[in-house]
Design a protein around this ligand. Structure first.
Ligand code: SF4
Ligand code: SF4
Length: 324
């Protein structure tokens, strides 16, 4: 075993001891086809290796939303805790492990703000902060493939993880790229997305070394409206008493306390896909009870009181519109 292989193995074991469930390594050459604006060197220009870390989401939290009984576990455990507590702690441990051994390293969190400012050097692709695609980093570090829906699918958890990264100037031994097929093209993700945000064809191709990964287009604006339950037909937390421009109290409470708001919780892209991959045994993890075992719920939208009082319907049109 070479010195780089031994060091990489020790680093992976360290990451797992400190809470990572998935660890993959990519070398910088795997990003040769990446646009400069989303290249790891847009964040740490001396990057030679990329470490992708996967933390699974709680399946029970997804099941409770599938049942329609409890949203807090998803928002707190699967979102806020993973992004704001568990990942920063793990990433810092790995950065310190590398820096105590003479390598420079940086944590790449999720979520993060990007390209907010002006370029500080001519050679920079964007202004700070640099941005990368964490799902693509997971792929380039050998954790899995991109599903039709553009989420990372791993053989262990399917779409049920969040990915974080450390960039370093250390020369590490890359993990082989994933060359299997997890997504079977069932398109349940397309059919079950209430935002109709996922395209029907896997029309986007990304090349890493000799492997082509494909995914469908994703309408992030449409998803961004439905995912946080921005209208009464997408969230059970609207009471009808909200004033124009006001959010439901539950939504605001989640945002105030945890800075997250997921109401859809991946009805199509995450929950349908996970259930399909588990039932067809295309991923390794097995459970006693299926994730989806009943007809799926739909919200019956409440009538907004202010619209009723003003004679407007939910589309904001007067009841008299169109009538002679
Ligand atoms: S739901 Fe089906 S088509 Fe969509 S990503 Fe999952 S396996 Fe692929
Ligand atoms: S999070 Fe919800 S709205 Fe967004 S793509 Fe997934 S299923 Fe569609």
């Amino acid at each position: 075993m070479s010195a780089a292989q031994t060091f990489t193995q020790e680093l992976k074991e360290f990451a797992i001891r400190h809470g990572a469930s998935l660890v993959g390594i990519g070398n910088i050459e795997r990003f040769d086809n990446a646009p400069p604006s989303v290249h790891p060197r847009s964040i740490l220009p001396v990057t030679r290796s990329i470490i992708a870390l996967g933390l699974p989401q709680s399946r029970g939290a997804l099941m409770a939303i599938e049942e329609g009984t409890y949203w807090q576990a998803y928002n707190v455990d699967n979102y806020w805790y993973l992004n704001d507590v568990e990942a920063p702690r793990l990433l810092r441990q790995i950065v310190m492990y590398l820096e105590e051994r003479g390598h420079t390293a940086i944590s790449v969190h999720n979520p993060f703000s990007h390209a907010m400012g002006q370029k500080l050097r001519l050679e920079h692709a964007t202004g700070p902060d640099g941005i990368v695609s964490l799902r693509m980093i997971g792929v380039a570090c050998g954790l899995g493939e991109l599903g039709h829906h553009k989420l990372l699918l791993t053989p262990e958890y399917g779409p049920r993880q969040r990915v974080f990264a450390v960039f370093t100037d250390a020369q590490l031994d890359p993990t082989p790229l994933f060359r299997g097929k997890i997504c079977d093209g069932c398109k349940l993700c397309v059919r079950e997305c209430e935002a109709c945000a996922i395209g029907s064809e896997r029309s986007v191709a990304l090349q890493v070394e000799d492997v082509t990964y494909r995914h469908a287009t994703l309408d992030t604006k449409a998803c961004g409206f439905v995912h946080p339950g921005n209208a009464p037909e997408y969230s059970p937390f609207w009471t009808g008493n909200e004033k124009p421009g006001e959010r439901p109290g539950y939504h605001q409470g989640m945002l105030n306390r945890f800075h997250t708001l997921g109401i859809c919780a991946g009805r199509g892209c995450l929950r349908s896909c996970l259930d399909h991959l588990e039932k067809t045994k295309r991923i390794k993890t097995e459970f006693n009870t299926p994730l989806i075992s009943k007809p799926r719920w739909k919200v019956t939208p409440v009538k907004m009181k202010y619209q009723e009082d003003s004679g407007l319907n939910t589309a904001g049109e007067s009841a008299a519109d169109g009538k002679s």
